[in-house]
Design a binder for this molecule. Structure first.
Ligand code: 6GU
Length: 234
């Protein structure tokens, strides 16, 4: 999969993709990631990319010409994108099923906004999807792009060592993940639940499911259908 990122502060996007799982994905050639500096397409000798908003008000807006030139050039270079995604707090809230769907695409362009955002005409003409990573405001879209690339990258086939482990994540089955334990079997007076040391696979699976269900009911009842919320065995 190819992911191109158009950023106002490309420096923010260096280190996050150079470690652990995403590093392995890139080294294996499974994730082909490129970061571009919008200022390369800036206007005039000052490489201007932003300007005052029409109608007044605080903050600056990213001008359309640098964005349009960058998008068109990158489109040509990549041979077209499956989606051109603008990261913005007023976008569609990202969730695991959207991440799953995006992980099946071949080529994505991510546009990181800044200041008061980008000129609406770029959104109208070039952007195919607008995503938010939650109901809070970040200083720029770069940190949101890191979140999105991380969530997608770890799902790409061949990236995770244990191919099945992405399937047991929180949210993949609509439930929060159950508690996990490792050695020692007793720590500061607290024992690992006996069932996990029993070697009884079916009982372990059932325990994990019940724990996941209980945690989801308590913390995220919105994730459960009406059937699952009515049972209050906990
Ligand atoms: Cl995608 N961008 C910004 N700037 N803030 C956000 C966001 C995105 N998602 C949530 N808050």
């Amino acid at each position: 999969m190819r992911i191109d990122i158009l950023a106002v502060i490309p420096e923010l996007l260096q280190s996050p993709f150079e470690h652990s799982i995403l590093r392995r994905a890139r080294d294996k050639g499974i994730l082909d990631l490129h970061v571009y500096d919008l200022k390369e397409w800036g206007l005039g000798k000052h490489r201007q990319i932003d300007d005052y908003p029409y109608g007044g008000g605080p903050g600056m807006v990213l001008r359309p010409e640098p964005l349009a030139r960058a998008i068109r050039q990158l489109q040509e270079r990549a041979g077209g994108y499956d989606e051109i995604i603008y990261l913005t707090p007023d976008g569609t809230p990202l969730n695991q099923s959207l991440v799953n769907a995006l992980s099946l695409k071949e080529k994505l362009l991510l546009i990181c906004g800044h200041y008061k955002g980008i000129d609406q005409r770029i959104r109208d003409k070039y952007v195919t999807m607008e995503l938010s990573i939650g109901d809070y405001v970040l200083s720029g879209g770069e940190t949101a792009a890191i979140v999105l690339v991380d969530a997608i990258g770890r799902l790409l086939p061949g990236v995770l060592g244990d191919e099945s482990s992405a399937l047991t994540d929180s949210f993949q089955d609509g439930l929060l993940a159950p508690p996990v334990y490792t050695r020692p079997s007793e720590f500061e007076g607290m024992k690992v639940p006996e069932v996990l040391r029993s070697g009884h696979a079916a009982k372990i699976e059932e325990w994990r499911y019940q724990q996941a269900l209980q945690k989801t009911r308590q913390r995220r009842p919105d994730l459960l259908s009406d059937d699952d919320t009515s049972d209050t065995s906990d």
